[in-house]
Design a protein around this ligand. Structure first.
Ligand code: COA
Length: 166
């Protein structure tokens, strides 16, 4: 397995995993994740090379098996936080979950963000997404606050903001 910054040629592979994630949400009744789909093609089509947004991928022979999209935050409401980044979304291929790949990818993402002088990472996760909630707790994220919002399908969803110093 290799971890690197995504290039244009990896877009389809990233989209495959995004669809897998979204289909699972719909199937389990949690609803469409409602991530903005740009260009009618994929969520990261425009932002793959944005200077404030980066996607790291986990690959095997150039086949994308995981990705994490990170965003340098322009807004930082925290007094004791020098520079903040957010995890937009992280997905590991379904068949490879619970084998430590997510942890590996996140560790690499943290190192990558440190080269941008990032001191803290923020994530927002749905309370109903127990694997993800446990995953971020295991990565030593601490809950800041919880919030409710109305999803595109009209259902109410509770999410928590969690933060970690890196
Ligand atoms: C969340 C996700 C990225 C974790 O990736 P992963 O490769 O399975 O994670 P790891 O194997 O490194 O797991 C690390 C820890 O996370 C927790 N965890 C991961 N999957 C879990 C599950 N299904 N149930 C409970 N805890 C889980 C465990 O504490 C685990 O440690 P352990 O193996 O010692 O018990 C993966 O489940 C995924 O892609 N989910 C779908 C997309 C998603 O919901 N993303 C999160 C929104 S940003």
């Amino acid at each position: 397995m290799d971890i690197c910054v995504a290039k244009d040629k990896h877009k389809k592979g990233i989209m495959r995993l995004y669809r897998q994630f979204n289909d699972d949400r719909i199937e389990s009744g949690v609803g469409d994740s409602d991530y903005q789909v740009l260009d009618g093609e994929m969520p990261w089509a425009k932002t793959l090379h944005d200077e404030d947004c980066m996607t790291l991928i986990l690959t095997e022979k150039d086949f994308v098996l995981g990705f994490v999209t990170l965003r340098l935050s322009s807004f930082n409401p925290f007094k004791n936080v020098d520079k903040l980044a957010e995890v937009d979304l992280m997905v590991i291929e379904k068949k490879l979950r619970k084998r430590g790949f997510g942890t590996q990818l996140f560790k690499r993402a943290s190192l990558h963000l440190r080269t941008y002088a990032v001191t803290h990472i923020l994530i927002n996760v749905a309370v109903s997404n127990k694997p993800a909630l446990n995953f971020w707790k295991k990565q030593r994220f601490k809950t800041l606050s919880s919030t409710h919002f109305e999803r595109a399908d009209g259902e109410e969803e509770e999410t928590v903001y969690m933060v970690r110093k890196i």
